[in-house]
Design a protein around this ligand. Structure first.
Ligand code: TTP
Ligand code: MG
Length: 413
């Protein structure tokens, strides 16, 4: 594998912010979602081969599998397969009651699944302020402020358990330093999966995986990659960028980066964010006040630049100071009205940090909240555009505000 710099600057990142201290992204994807919903209201279906789809009743000829339980997948039944083919592989119990290799079939009841999905998403919004819903059963959470790498596994287990105990359906969860890797991680150990990939393990985790595991590589581009001798994510990471770009264009470039564990997309809630923040960890705790203030200044600048891009005004300015090992302190100050004044953010943040002068500090953050938006729809527009530019992953032409992912799902390409 090529010797690539691990500390490549990420766009939008603070200079000097070490990669390993960046974001913590959690991806949730429900297991055989429609089938799990059916099992919730019909517990006898648990552990049974179960196909959810349309068109299997006598007299119907057309229809496709929406999803299959993992037991049905063992018979070769897959999403999007023609129902006739599914019936060949797994006959219906209703018609073959004596056959031990028969399965259950249920029609699609989207409204019911959407209701369950809403319950799941409510828990996710409770777990993080920043939730990016990408389909009916899938979302990314920015959990940087809610956990730390050392305890991320316990946090992920908590997420799974809450969904299981409060809603009653199983989920797979992946935690990684960016969206692309988190998606791969949640898929890694499905069903009932839990995979945590801390930054220092990222390259090693990705390297041996088949190129198909990289989200955005569907069957067509996978076979093109195989044609040029790229079989694993590690092969792509080690390949020269130029020929990849020539062949696959901008998307090739993006995939090449993701193969190397680099993905600059930020998890952003569709719609208006509630706060904007930036934080940075330091390897050796800071005790030197000038260094602390220097970092505060850089973070304040990053946050106000982001507010500017989003046309956001803020009423509250806050800081976060983490002392070793995990002593999290937040302080904030509210203003009388919404403003956009970078200098005021810098001064206020410095002022709030004063009480920590001389103490050991391992993480610093600056945040503005109580946001209002100068240009009414600007924030929505921007986050939508961000999403559509960000590669194949979140492209959902049908997914506009208010109907994110309803009935839409990803097919790879
Ligand atoms: P997926 O998350 O792709 O699949 P899944 O949840 O059924 O299974 P997995 O455990 O592998 O995550 O899609 C979520 C739901 O979207 C799925 O339950 C049914 C629906 N869907 C379709 O209707 N047609 C399709 O082709 C696919 C892929 C999904
Ligand atoms: Mg799923």
């Amino acid at each position: 594998m090529a010797d690539l710099p691990r500390d490549m600057p990420r766009e939008g990142r603070l200079p000097g912010a070490a990669e390993q201290d960046g974001d913590i992204v959690l991806h949730v994807d429900m297991d055989c979602f429609y089938a799990s919903c059916e099992r919730l209201r019909e517990p006898e279906l648990r552990g049974e081969p179960l196909v959810v789809g349309m068109g299997y009743d006598a007299g119907e000829e057309h229809g496709a599998v929406a999803t299959a339980s993992y037991e049905a997948r063992d018979y070769g039944v897959e999403s999007a397969m023609p129902i006739s083919k599914a019936l060949d592989r797994l006959p219906r119990v209703a018609e073959h009651p004596e056959d031990p290799d028969a399965g259950h079939y249920r029609p699609v009841d989207l409204e019911y699944y959407q209701e369950i999905a809403r319950d799941v998403k409510t828990i996710l919004y409770d777990l993080s302020e920043t939730v990016r819903e990408v389909s009916i059963d899938e979302a990314y959470l920015d959990v940087t402020e809610r956990t730390a790498w050392e305890v991320a596994e316990g946090f992920a287990r908590h997420v799974k358990q809450r969904i299981q105990s409060e809603v009653g359906v199983p989920a797979s969860v992946g935690v990684a330093p960016n969206m692309s890797a988190a998606k791969i991680a949640s898929d890694h150990d499905k069903p009932d999966g839990l995979t945590v990939v801390p930054p220092e393990d990222l390259r090693e985790f990705l390297e041996p995986l088949p190129i198909e595991d990289l989200h955005g590589v569907g069957p067509v581009s996978a076979s093109e990659f195989h044609d040029i001798g790229i079989d694993t994510i590690g092969d792509l990471a080690a390949a020269d960028l130029e020929p990849i770009e020539d062949r696959f264009g901008e998307r090739g470039r993006e995939l090449h980066f993701r193969a190397r564990g680099i993905d600059d997309r930020e998890v952003e809630t569709r719609g208006k964010p509630k706060s904007l923040s930036r934080e940075q960890s330091v390897g050796t705790p800071i005790t030197d006040p000038p260094e602390l203030y220097e970092r505060i200044d850089a973070l304040a600048r990053a946050v106000t630049e982001r507010a500017e891009r989003k046309d956001a005004l803020y009423r509250t300015i806050g800081i976060k100071i983490v002392k070793p090992p995990f002593d999290v302190n937040t302080r904030e100050r509210s203003l009388s009205g919404p403003v956009h004044e970078p200098e005021l953010v810098r001064e206020t943040a410095r002022d709030l940090a004063r009480e920590f002068e001389g103490e050991e500090v391992r993480k610093v953050g600056v945040r503005v909240s109580n946001l209002s938006f100068a240009e009414n729809e600007q924030a929505d527009l921007e986050s939508w555009e961000d999403g559509s530019e960000s590669g194949s992953e979140d492209r959902q032409p049908g997914a506009v505000k208010g109907q994110v992912g309803l009935g839409s799902f990803e097919t790879g390409e």
